[in-house]
Design a protein around this ligand. Sequence first.
Ligand SMILES: *Cc1c(COP(=O)(O)O)cnc(C)c1O
Length: 443
Amino acid sequence: MNNFLFDQQHIWHPYNRLPARQPALAASSTQGCTITLDDGRQLLDAMSSWWSAIHGYNHPTIIAAASEQLQKMPHIMFGGFSHQPATELAQALIDISPPSLTHTFFADSGSIAVEVALKMALQYWKSIGQPRKSRFIALQHAYHGDTFGAMSVCDPVDGMHHLFADNLMPNLFAKAPPICHHPSEPLDNQACLASLAQILEQHHHEIAAFIFEPIVQGAGGMRFYSADYLKEAAALCRHYDVLLIADEIATGLGRTGKLFACEWADIEPDILTLGKGLSAGMISLAAVLCNERIRAGISQAAPGLLMHGPTFMANPLACRIAHASVKLLNDYDWQTAVTQLQHIFSQAWQGLAHPDIVGIRCLGGVAVIELNRDDLAGLIQEFALEEGVWLRPFGKLVYSMPAYTMTATEAQQIAQVMASAVMKALIAADKQDTALKQQRPFV
Ligand SMILES: *Cc1c(COP(=O)(O)O)cnc(C)c1O
């Protein structure tokens, strides 16, 4: 059997049926922002492999660090051992993150980092003698991952996990802040702050933490929201003694134009999760940072242990890669690069208009066209592929989160192809709608 027919019949792909309706593209190599397929076609990558390959693919500095580590020590158990890749990475993360975050836990993926963050918050309250504080507040439209704890803080209605609603922790959801175009845009956040305040007022004695994606809600809708909301929401949580968990798996390490999106609102969470771009799109790694309050709380009561320890915790190869990637961020002007991406996309889309385009927003390395219909994602992806661009729109959202190192020419090409693919799909859909109307018999 052809390899790719085998794939289609036997291997699950993300959020997909088996067998898949369409075979996956056969990728054979990557370089910079280009993906080469088995048949020789080259695609310009608008997705940076789910927002993770922040310096582009096969960056020579990272490849060199990885190769050296691979020869020396690809893995060693973290129980009883430590190693330079882990200590150097932890030090680097503590140095660049908000100053109060001084301790690190390494996990294997974003979802697991969220599990550990939730666990830290629960264990903190148990340790300090307040075991009733055992629920979480999240925002509507939130996305925090696919494992059970993470699913329980994803949007219960719009999220991807309503199938499991009966199996999840009964958490609480506050109204999401309104979408804005820039975190500093003045917006009326009163209604959603009131929603959070009401939940806190009623339930604070049973709430461990408020978990949120700072400034950009990613997979739950690519929604940008205002720094003022975040600032006031954080103050409300502080007032009711509810911990703050910032999930920066998508936003962290420069994606929104700040190193951490929390900086937009000038807040310091108790716990912060990192993933995706952490290991530069090369290997799976995530991290949870926490402050001294959390560490001391967890350590204060017996058993005092943080009860988590994955087999591949702090994998040296992954840590070495992540450390090389974080060092690279210090070596080039990522902030100018990301700001330039924002300008290129927003300029390219200035004249873009159609009644079905309901939102266009660009912040740092995130560029989004939002439609009011969710049936065109496949068609738009196909049109973009014909033009040599890899997009993976979901539902109503056509977006790009490219590598920071993408050239201006490449970014312009992606922006143009996205705009033309969206317009072609909308025009095709309009024609079809008209044809359907005309076919309808008069009655
Ligand atoms: C992607 C994502 C996760 C989950 O990370 P995985 O590595 O896919 O498990 C969690 N939170 C946010 C905000 C994310 O964007």
